[in-house]
Design a protein. Sequence first.
Length: 421
Amino acid sequence: MGEYLKLNILDKKYNDKNIFESRLLPFANSELKFSNLIKAELLTHGEDVKTVYDLTLSLNEKFDYLPGDTIGILAQNNLDEVNNLLDRLNLTGVADNEYCLSILEGTIKKNPTLPKHVPKNGSIRNIFVNNIDIRTPPKKLFLKNLLIHTSDSKDSDFLKHITSTLGTQDYMKFINNEGRTLLGLLNILSSCLPPVEIIIENSVNLQPRPYSISSSPLLNNKLNITFFVTEISKNVKGVCTGWLENIIKDKSDVKIPFYFRKPNNFRLALDFHVPLILIGTGTGIAPFIGFLKSLELGKPQHLEDIWLFHGFRYTDRDALYKNEISDYCKSVLTKYFACCSREDNKVYVQHKIKENGKGFIDLVMVKGASIFICGNLKTVVKDVKSTILKLLGTYGKLNEQDAKNYLAQLETNKKLLVDSW
């Protein structure tokens, strides 16, 4: 038993008919959908580049969305990791039995409630596979709760130290290295054997992972996403990207659960009537592929200027959607700027923006262009904004404060839109 939860394991197997019943869907704009993987294409090759895939998913019913919108994918935790965790907790033998979760009678916790992200009835295996995030770094409160379930004095002393004020630096070092996951923590504290209720009480929801749609809503019955496989450490990959890659490699027929997320302003109205400046690096190019495909298919009567600044490392290794962009240069793109950051002449998107500064500022200040930036917030977005500020001074003839005010006004008026990570 835990502080306020009691999990009663029954002597019968549980049939997980609806394993997604308690999955939370933040920012949902649709019901949960289940998609077949139609196609998976590896977009990168060679060394010193991330592994990037383009996935084509089935869309069995029409849903109104716009280029730039996102979906949330409900991934599973790594099954090997789950099995090792169940074994470490001595739960393998009952992992598939039915349980009933309730509030512990006589608990002193004020206003206890059942966690929304864990089903009241189900199997422990399903909790660890689908409901709780087993990769979340343990908080100090959880570590303190482990003390009474730790028998070895060395383990206890270690827990006391890293949960103390004096041990804060060691705590941060611990959770950023070997103790960052639940399994890693328990493997280090070999004498610690907490009841499953303690883990549930201190758990957080296994969050859906958001991905930009990289296809056009004008294409029926399918949609595309682009993702890179997150490498956390040797043989440890991101929860969702590792799960998706396993589906690809195993050629599994697993249906991928997803939902459409509520849109923000980073989207392209199909009846737009202003020039566009698109700036994307790495997988940040993904939403713009959807933009360009929609423009190509929509065939607007009057097409405004459209500039694309595309950042990547190597022309022959990770220039994502190179062939598609080449086709768009013949149809909808006015100007295309390839920016290679790892070849002889290291070129970043802000360099090409600066080189074409006069035309850039003319599009913005005279023709009312909308600017879309998709990339890393601390590097790409920061550097691009800094470059635009300087160009507003050089070609827009604004002083530093007026340039800052102008840039802020662009954001307020939704003429400068950012999608970042």
